[in-house]
Design a protein around this ligand. Sequence first.
Ligand SMILES: NC(=O)c1ccc[n+]([C@@H]2O[C@H](COP(=O)([O-])OP(=O)(O)OC[C@H]3O[C@@H](n4cnc5c(N)ncnc54)[C@H](OP(=O)(O)O)[C@@H]3O)[C@@H](O)[C@H]2O)c1
Length: 339
Amino acid sequence: MPIRVLLVGAGAIGAFYGSRLATAPNTLVSALCRSNFRAVKDNGFHVSSPKYGNSTFRPEYAFSNPGEARKAQIKWDYLLVATKALPDLSDDSELLEGLVGPETSIVLVQNGLGVEEPYRKRFPKATVLSAVTIASAAQPSHGKIQHNRWTRISIGPYLPHLDKEGTEESSEDEQANAKNSRFVELLREGGIEDAELYSHAGLQFVRWHKIAINAAMNPSSVLSGGSENQAMALDPELSRHLLAVMEEVLDTAPRVLGKPLPDKLASPQKILESTKKNTSGSKPSMQLDWAEGKRMELEVILGNPIRIAREKGIEMPRLQSMYALLKMAQENRQKQSKL
Ligand SMILES: NC(=O)c1ccc[n+]([C@@H]2O[C@H](COP(=O)([O-])OP(=O)(O)OC[C@H]3O[C@@H](n4cnc5c(N)ncnc54)[C@H](OP(=O)(O)O)[C@@H]3O)[C@@H](O)[C@H]2O)c1
């Protein structure tokens, strides 16, 4: 039997990884589309990449809405969710209703903290795999996927009950680990050489580490009027702010997770130095969303870390200030657009 993967959220990141998985042996990839449905149904995805060249990826099935996908009655091995994580706008776990069978794993490829909880609550028996990627990709027009650089994706099973000290892994947890390993293997077979296998605890550190970068760069770019990453890192005052935000997040992470930060994760200073050398002219995704009048991933990048830390009695004042300002800016803009 082939392995069947459904992309839920077939945009830049979903279609990029989907196009790689589709080249793995015995793997069939389908896409649940939205605004790009017509283009994908007619022509598939055109993917351009500095690493993999130009290719066309035709999904086995392209669905225009969740109802169509349900009607197909396919036993999905993996549902790869790569919508923008906007819990203030929609609960995207609802899109998976009727698609999750006993063997299905839900793979969340999204930025932010706390993105797994809606899926765990709605599908308590399903395996949830949590993934963080540093790849950079865009969909400049419907069905055209531009992979810019990097491919690394880190994946671990989401097993929060193991956070309680002394909890032993059950046979279900072992199955989740096996499904996680298989998915990482599939990505490697599809040419993603740096697909990384993590435990539950290890992956949560990777999430916090990515938050350090996202919470520093994303809101700061919007609040400074749309700055590029490199310009912020080179600015003497703004770079102090970026360092302090990253340090705030990475000081908080071990206190929340109850373990020291793994050594292999890059330090704030190292991240800043590499951003100074980034001449690509890139801007963070939050700035791109803001500039296009779209909703920003504020809740999962700023709101959830603040709330998770606060539950442990820890305040994150730099994140809190940026969160409060941007949340209000977003609300004001929404009110104005309704006038
Ligand atoms: N792009 C990157 O370089 C990058 C890098 C690292 C991490 N990430 C993270 O990866 C996640 C995905 O980002 P992205 O850049 O790939 O976003 P994206 O290009 O906007 O793709 C999201 C896709 O999900 C679709 N979608 C949203 N709601 C849907 C629904 N109800 N039904 C069907 N499809 C739906 C969107 O359709 P519409 O077009 O119709 O809205 C879009 O095609 C985010 O959490 C982001 O922070 C992105």
